[in-house]
Design a protein around this ligand. Structure first.
Ligand SMILES: Cc1cc2nc3c(=O)[nH]c(=O)nc-3n(C[C@H](O)[C@H](O)[C@H](O)COP(=O)(O)OP(=O)(O)OC[C@H]3O[C@@H](n4cnc5c(N)ncnc54)[C@H](O)[C@@H]3O)c2cc1C
Length: 435
């Protein structure tokens, strides 16, 4: 026991709800009134999950999508692999992935039990230790006991062969809760469950504040208004003036739809390495995918088909059945919207110009209380930058966003929330004096 004379005494300035310990990462709620009109701009898993999270609170949003149907962008793949990105150290990104995966896993299963239909298979995912370097990384992950066994565990080549139902002479990491999901059907299911209004063929060209609300200007010359706007615009997000300063990274990807053939037809788990290969659905396997930076073209390319095939053959060199695979010239390409640290941007859209001034002396590392709360675009929120793991991260990110909008307790610790804050790149730049 420490004697009373040794006690240290101090006071903590009480922080209001939902404020980060760091004022510049404070999460400001929306201003709401009785008949708040909520518009979601988008049409993929980000938009659908936001609509669903709102509906759980009795709020009905209108989804505006520029295409003639939902899920025509990155969320258009018939079989997306569902698995988290876990590392040997539980850094912020890995923690966010583990928590997101757990949340999404429960939500997706709950939807099914509520009668929401979407094609899927909970067949697990197997991360192949396809060379010594990868194997030692995976062994470290297991040795560190970073993650529970139920989430991810080591299996040997014999177990892998049994689970995959195919000769697979590699050990690796198995994620039993994983699998694949048909994204367009999931999007349709979420939106239907949310009872959202959907307006298709409606392209937003710009938005501006008018009389305390947002005026949405459509490509067809029409206008609408909304009190709260959620931008879930994927690879087009940087086209809007309010988000143009955010560092989106656009990465084209092509995934093959390989006709089910020979031994490949027996595959019964998702195989992951640098790419992924799924069990068959409607006679095809998804074999993905390529990564081409700063390319917004969505044409199907034979050169990338070859890239996909070669990547899989190199990762599974010891598998004879892999050598026999005949490619089929169909598949699809789309654009991922990623970020420099590969984590989504979830929260209020920062007023980058004002925040650059507010925090210009961050490099001086003054006490936190010296800094004001951030100025954001009023009632404008975003869920963008889902990168290559949108199936895993979108549900929890949508839950965070809607909790913030409604000023509810937030479902993650403040350091993880800060790692998702859309203004984090601006803040980091100013701390390093690169703003
Ligand atoms: C080839 C490839 C393979 C992938 N594989 C996987 C995988 O295996 N597992 C996984 O989890 N993830 C995978 N991903 C990533 C995943 O698809 C994305 O993370 C996710 O779909 C992003 O969803 P989103 O809603 O943010 O974007 P999108 O699905 O692109 O949706 C954006 C929407 O916004 C709409 N929109 C844009 N601008 C406007 C406007 N001005 N007005 C109105 N509407 C607008 C678009 O029409 C579109 O519907 C893959 C991506 C690609 C490209």
């Amino acid at each position: 026991m420490v004697a009373k004379k040794d006690m240290l005494v101090g006071t903590i300035d009480k922080l209001a709800d939902n404020l980060s310990r760091l004022p510049y990462f404070a999460r400001m709620p929306a201003t709401l009134h009785k008949k708040t009109k909520i518009a979601i701009i988008g049409g993929g898993v980000a938009a659908a999950n936001c609509a669903y999270a709102l509906s759980k609170r009795g709020l009905r949003a209108t989804i505006y999508c520029q295409d003639d149907a939902l899920a025509q962008g990155a969320s258009g793949n018939a079989q997306g692999g569902f698995y988290p990105q876990l590392n040997a150290e539980a850094g912020h990104a890995s923690q966010i992935h583990a928590l997101s995966f757990n949340y999404a896993s429960k939500l997706y299963r709950q939807l099914l039990s509520q009668g929401v239909h979407y094609s899927h298979q909970w067949c697990g995912t197997f991360q192949i230790a396809f060379n010594d370097k990868v194997a030692s990384r995976y062994r470290k992950l297991i040795a560190n006991k970073t993650w529970p066994d139920a989430l991810i565990h080591w299996i040997d080549a014999q177990q892998a062969t049994k689970i995959a139902n195919l000769e697979l002479p590699y050990p690796g990491l198995y994620i039993p809760q994983g699998g694949w999901i048909n994204l367009p059907e999931l999007v349709a299911g979420l939106v239907k469950a949310a009872d959202s209004s959907i307006v298709i063929n409606q392209q937003l060209t710009s938005l501006e504040r008018e009389n305390g609300a947002w005026r949405l200007n459509w490509q067809n010359g029409g206008q609408s208004d909304a009190d709260i706007v959620i931008m879930a615009t994927g690879s087009d997000s940087g086209d809007f003036q309010q988000m143009s300063a955010l560092p989106f990274r656009l990465v084209r990807g092509q995934v093959e739809a390989i006709n089910s053939q020979n031994q490949l037809a027996d595959l019964s788990t998702v195989l992951c390495h640098k790419g992924y290969l799924t069990p068959a659905w409607q006679g095809c396997h998804a074999m993905g995918s390529t990564y081409v930076k700063d390319d917004k073209s969505r044409d199907y390319r034979l050169s990338e088909q070859q890239t996909n095939l070669t990547m899989h053959q190199q990762a599974m060199m010891k598998c004879d059945w892999m050598k026999d695979i005949q490619p089929t010239t169909h598949g699809r390409a789309a654009i991922r919207c990623s970020t420099p640290d590969h984590l989504p941007m979830v929260g209020a859209v920062p007023d980058s110009k004002i925040q650059s001034e507010q925090y210009q002396d961050l490099y001086k590392a003054l006490p936190a209380k010296h800094y004001p709360q951030p100025v954001n675009h009023n009632n404008l929120f975003m869920l963008c930058g889902l990168g290559s793991r949108g199936l895993t991260t979108a549900p929890l990110c949508a839950e965070i966003l809607v909790s913030q909008i409604l000023n509810e307790p937030l479902p993650l610790s403040s350091n993880l929330l800060d790692a998702l804050n859309p203004n984090r790149f601006l803040v980091r730049g100013l701390i390093r004096r690169q703003g």
